[in-house]
Design a protein around this ligand. Structure first.
Ligand SMILES: [Zn+2]
Length: 258
């Protein structure tokens, strides 16, 4: 019963993240007006706005004009629901649950906005809105205070900033090109305030590794096009993997080298 409750809660939050994702990068308000079809502009009724279920009933099309609705909507809802249930399963209902839920929520929004703006020709590169990265920093610090780990949280923010700023700075010094997006640096600082500095090395390693692998695959796939590969989704993915499996992965690694 608990799990069903957290699954539905996750669906509802995922539905809200979709609103954030589809409006924030375009400078639109996330509070009002209500949802409308991007093609015909007709207002979406509440019964056509039920997470996942409406998408299935409408077969992924607008009820009025029949334009295709992006698969992003049900995907974000289901992913959020699974993560919410997973967090409750792993941590129970306590301050850690809330902290990780807030962090992952910010990362889902940041990662997907980074991805869709990278693919959108209206933007030069993927963007991570400051509202999420900089806005999340004081939130991470508040969780630090709640857990009496204020210093660790502050050091985490600083280390997170430097960890991406320094390589980007060195790269720019030698090549004159922008090596690391400012949005990625701010996002990493935000993660540091939530998790402290220790996990950052693991998260950076994992996100770089997965990002580089997929990046090479894309370069191979689209030989003639230069795709700007957004780093935000990989940072988000690596952080989620750390939160769920970090302790297990690190223990296994320590056993292997012992
Ligand atoms: Zn429509």
């Amino acid at each position: 019963m608990d799990y069903l409750f957290f699954f539905i809660l996750g669906l509802i939050f995922g539905s809200f993240f979709n609103v954030v994702i589809s409006r924030l990068p375009y400078g639109k308000s996330i509070i009002s007006p209500g949802s409308s079809c991007p093609k015909c502009g007709s207002k979406i009724k509440w019964y056509d706005n039920i997470p996942v279920i409406s998408y299935l009933l409408l077969r992924g099309k607008c009820r009025v004009c029949g334009v295709k609705i992006s698969i992003q909507y049900p995907l974000v809802e289901i992913i959020t629901a699974i993560i919410t249930v997973g967090l409750y399963y792993k941590f129970g209902l306590n301050v850690y649950f809330v902290q990780y839920f807030v962090l992952i929520s910010l990362l889902i929004c940041a990662g997907i906005i980074d991805l869709i703006t990278a693919l959108d020709n209206d933007f030069e590169t993927g963007i991570i809105p400051d509202e999420i990265s900089l806005g999340g920093i004081p939130v991470g610090i508040i969780f630090g205070i709640l857990q009496k780990k204020l210093i660790i949280s502050l050091i985490g923010g600083l280390v997170g900033f430097l960890l991406l700023f320094i390589p980007g700075f060195v790269y720019k010094l030698f090549t004159g090109k922008e090596g690391m997006g400012g949005g990625d640096i701010k996002l990493f600082a935000m993660i540091g305030t939530f998790l402290g500095y220790k996990p950052l090395f693991f998260i950076l390693f994992l996100s770089s590794f997965v990002g580089a692998t997929i990046g090479l695959f894309f370069i191979y796939l689209f030989k003639n096009r230069e795709y700007p590969i957004p780093f935000g989704p990989f940072i988000g993915l690596a952080t989620i993997i750390y939160i769920f499996f970090g302790d297990y992965i690190i223990q296994t690694y320590l056993k292997m080298i012992a």
